[in-house]
Ligand binder design. Structure first.
Ligand SMILES: [Ca+2]
Ligand SMILES: [Ca+2]
Length: 470
């Protein structure tokens, strides 16, 4: 059950905000004048021209249009915003149309003077709803709540909840940055159309980066399609895909998957969590045309589909440093297969202390790749090595199953707390100097080192860590 208004998670991504703030400052210093800002509240005030909080407009589209020549930023307070139904049309034709060079930020309280003044713990809900017309009917809702066409760069959506549209965002031949947004209870979250027959110019491609955002309770999270071979390029980081349920027959054109439908696209997914998605053709992903999909540091758990939770055709994806609950023929050796839930509960996709996903990410992952903040707004890196999924576990390590009582030889039961030798199902804490005997094969699930720990290998002595098959 989704409760409205849904809370936007813009607090999640301080790192990317800082990045963009720095980028904007640099742009500002290169240019000769500051960005123009338009202010939007649910109810207009003062002159209503959007020139300040005191004179805020209630019309997002008017604010966007007023910046079309100069570019700039739109700041929006919490509240519910619906597109205007054009005269002579019905709700299906209502939408907000985006423009180059304009960044739209939600989650303000209405008294901030700088972007960084947004209170990051503020329970913001700047909600763009496509439920126009009869509130009790979806039949007359917006076809697209947000429409992005032919934008070359610099457009940003940040801190918005996008809900109850037939499609949340339609992107055509456009470049776009989406941060801290929630797409919830739409038919399709994002529909990405690229190309045009015979066109090969990059102008016809979609290049979209999505960070620290959630796709929940849509029929389909993201769907890409392409004409003429020119494609969709997606980078998706620190995102949650949850309970996107696409029934037997695809309702959205070409959208067969639950979380993802990937056709004519190169999609890189980093630290994404896919949980409890369902579609007949693939709860996590369905593809019927050329694609390149790479998943790194992801969690795929509890997803289903009558034809499997993934349905890659004709190409196979790359899945590395991830946790999945059923083995896949193309998974890399760094993938953990586990049917033990990595999550805190059925209602939270945060990690539990003993999850295999904790500290299991690609060691090469850095803040440059994923930013410094996770989906909950907490530090993205705890204990140096990044976790899997959209959330970083913030607490202390899971209690070990067995730990050393004293220094000695690995095959001596007397040095171990459990009165037995460790097995490959144990989280093992080494607190002393331990010798692995000649030609001895030791196996553990996870190895934790205390500051004074030391391992000494005799000739042929070996230790295998984390067999990754639980
Ligand atoms: Ca309606
Ligand atoms: Ca970690």
């Amino acid at each position: 059950m989704i409760t409205f208004p849904y809370t936007t998670p813009y607090s999640r991504q301080r790192g990317f905000l800082i990045f963009w703030a720095i980028a904007i400052c640099l742009l500002g210093s290169i240019g000769s004048y500051a960005q123009t800002i338009r202010y939007v509240k649910p109810n207009s005030s003062g002159s209503g021209d959007g020139s300040s909080w005191a004179n805020a407009t209630n019309d997002l589209q008017t604010a966007i249009n007023s910046l079309s020549a100069t570019g700039g930023q739109v700041w929006m307070t919490s509240g519910l915003y619906k597109p205007t139904v054009p005269a002579g049309f019905n709700g299906f034709d209502s939408r907000f149309t985006l423009t180059d060079g304009i960044a739209i930020y939600g989650g303000f309280t209405g008294n901030e003077t700088t972007l960084s003044d947004r209170i990051e713990s503020h329970p913001a809900s700047t909600t763009l709803s496509g439920n126009v017309g009869d509130p009790a009917s979806r039949d007359d809702n917006s076809q697209y709540i947000l429409y992005a066409f032919n934008m070359d760069s610099t457009a940003i959506l940040d801190g918005l909840v996008i809900t109850e549209g037939n499609t949340g965002l339609l992107a055509e031949r456009t470049h776009l940055q989406i941060n801290n947004c929630t797409f919830v209870a739409n038919a399709g979250g994002i529909l990405s159309y690229a190309g045009g027959a015979g066109n090969t110019n990059d102008q016809f491609a979609n290049r979209i980066q999505i960070t620290n955002s959630a796709f929940q309770a849509n029929l389909n999270g993201i769907s890409t399609n392409s004409e003429g071979g020119h494609g969709n390029y997606f980078t998706v980081i620190n995102c949650l895909f949850e309970k996107n349920i696409n029934p037997n027959q695809p309702i959205i054109t070409s959208a067969f998957g639950g979380a993802l439908t990937v056709n004519g696209a190169a999609m890189s997914l980093i630290n994404c969590t896919f949980r409890n998605n369902y579609a007949y053709y693939g709860g996590v992903v369905s593809s019927t045309a050329s694609h390149t999909v790479t998943m790194t540091n992801c969690i795929l758990f509890g997803n289903s589909g009558s034809a499997g939770y993934e349905n890659f055709f004709p190409d196979t994806p790359t899945i590395r440093y991830s946790l999945i609950d059923r083995p896949l023929p193309y998974q890399e050796p760094s993938v953990i297969v586990s049917t033990t839930s990595p999550f805190v509960s059925e209602t939270s996709a945060q990690l539990n202390a003993c999850s295999y996903a904790v500290d299991a990410g690609d060691p090469a992952t850095t803040q440059t790749t994923v930013g410094s903040i996770d989906l909950a707004g907490n530090p993205r890196f705890v204990r140096t090595r990044i976790d899997l999924g959209a959330y970083e576990y913030q607490g202390g390590l899971c209690a070990p199953d067995i730990y050393t009582l004293q220094s000695g030889r690995w095959d001596d039961v007397a040095i171990w707390s459990a009165g037995r030798l460790p097995t490959d199902a144990d989280r093992v804490l080494v607190k002393h100097a331990v010798t692995i005997p000649q030609n001895y094969q030791a196996s553990v699930l996870k190895l934790i080192f205390d500051v004074s720990a030391r391992l000494i290998y005799e000739t042929g002595g070996r230790l295998s860590v984390n067999p990754l098959r639980r």
